[in-house]
Design a protein around this ligand. Sequence first.
Ligand code: 5GP
Length: 286
Amino acid sequence: MPIPVLARKGGLHYDAHISSPIGVARTGQGVSMARRKKIYEGKAKVLYEGPEPGTFVQYFKDDATAFNAEKKEVIEGKGVLNNRLSEFFMTGLGNLGVPTHFIKRLNMREQLIRQAEIIPLEVIVRNFAAGTMAKRMGMEEGTALPRPVVEFSYKDDSLGDPLVPEEYIIAFGWASQQEMDDIVSLALRVNDWMSGVMYGVGIKLVDFKIEIGRVWDNDFQRLILADEISPDSCRLWDIETGQKLDKDVFRRDLGNLTDAYTEVAKRLGVMPSNVTHAAAKPTLIN
Ligand code: 5GP
């Protein structure tokens, strides 16, 4: 089993387990990208060296992938929407006192983030049975769970991100017991806030995935919410109609993904002025 070697303090904090960061910028999608040092490219995002030590620029691509990248498509406007939506969620959570990697949005597709050492886990919180849980347990999708359930997958594409018990996480040294306790309470705080915000705009938060990183403030180490929160990493169902407004639209060929994400953005009041403007130069937001 490949046990990840985590970067040490001061080292490169994003390792090969990160799923989110970005790819080669397409013409017109970024400014001066060629001159920037690319740190990591993932399926939906690219990470570039940031302007200050301890920062990265996170670029949101339009690429959509599913089933361990067996299904792939470029969906114009997705990156712009996810950049705005992740900004919205991270800012809201930050205001509530949940520490996040988000510093500020730079333009339509990029945000400035704090470097973090990513713990190689997908932290999944479920309120209703869906996806792999429904399949694994033979449950009907949409069945309400008696309480929110937190589960962990080991981030390794070659293994298909297998579900792992906390016992593995501690034994293999991916996180300590104290960190696991902190991760669960952080995940539940994210769930409470996200569920309420989504409920307020007529959307049920079925489940979501987050990633957690470690940062150092002088000699003090703490955990922060990293990666992204967007309809790529959540299941969002319209409360009235049950319509899916998340990446399952792409995974299951249910219609236009950009329309679904735009609906979420509109309801939350974070609708960007032009989501399909792939050729436009990004605007710097101060
Ligand atoms: P499931 O385990 O049912 O496939 O996914 C549970 C939740 O975590 C869903 O909201 C799903 O979108 C999210 N999730 C699981 N794995 C990934 C992943 O590799 N990338 C992203 N973006 N989200 C994921």
